[in-house]
Design a binder for this molecule. Structure first.
Ligand SMILES: [Fe+2]
Length: 234
């Protein structure tokens, strides 16, 4: 199983604070059946140049290296959670912000109704064969856009990631399971930040999905993550 969205790299953002905490997060994910973890630290173009981000990411990965070679650790893929700004698709180093080995760009959008400029830029990027746009924690934007906007984005090839947590709350879990069933949610991520209030909860989310959709549908859904990584290889 793949976790497409985490803040595990130590001291990169508001996620893990140390290599020890990162190790605990990775171990917890492994125990929950996750064998591939995307390391998607926040990237804010308004605060930092891509070069500086990539250099910091490299160093954080080096700090984590001794942990990654321990027995039973999941495979990790470096990546980024790129925050949208108008013109983001023209960043020269955008390909370097994709998930390692793949064309996937994890994109975080503002929590508001998107206008034609935003929609047009996402849809245009989907037309570029070098990228697969994966919208981070899609459930957070759901209510702000009309149903027709989602249909438009999905038919342009936009992919969606949902946070494991939204399968855990009684208020949202039924709807989330329905969205998986109807093909509006493509992949899962924990969006874990630490071992406290925002720890990895993939195992619990999968258990809820199994109760809602049955084990075979859930198995097929979670297996799709690996298939997408293969399908979207660089
Ligand atoms: Fe995140």
């Amino acid at each position: 199983m793949v976790d497409f969205h985490t803040h595990i790299l130590p001291k990169m953002d508001d996620g893990s604070d140390s290599a020890e905490e990162s190790a605990a997060m990775l171990k917890q994910l492994a125990a929950q059946g996750v064998d591939t973890v995307a390391l998607t630290s926040h990237f804010y173009a308004r605060d930092e140049a891509p070069d500086s981000f990539l250099e910091r990411r490299e160093k954080a990965l080096e700090r984590l290296q001794p942990v990654l070679t321990e027995d039973g650790m999941p495979r990790v893929l470096s990546g980024a959670e790129v925050y949208y700004f108008r013109g983001f698709s023209r960043i020269g180093q955008l390909p370097d912000l994709r998930m390692e080995g793949s064309r996937i760009l994890l994109l975080e959008m503002p929590f508001c109704t998107w206008g034609e400029k935003e929609l047009g830029e996402i849809i245009d990027l989907c037309g570029d064969p070098s990228f697969v746009v994966l919208l981070a924690h899609v459930e957070r934007y759901w209510k702000y856009q009309k149903a027709s906007v989602w249909d438009r984005l999905l038919s342009a090839g936009v992919m969606t990631q949902s946070n494991a947590e939204c399968f855990l709350y009684p208020r949202t879990r039924r709807k989330a399971a329905r969205l998986v069933q109807n093909g509006y949610i493509h992949v899962l991520g924990t969006d874990c930040h630490n071992m406290g209030a925002r720890q990895p909860r993939m195992g619990e989310a999968v258990a809820v999905l199994e109760r809602q959709l049955g084990s075979e549908t859930t198995r097929r859904f979670t297996a799709r993550g690996e298939e997408y990584l293969e399908e979207w290889r660089v």
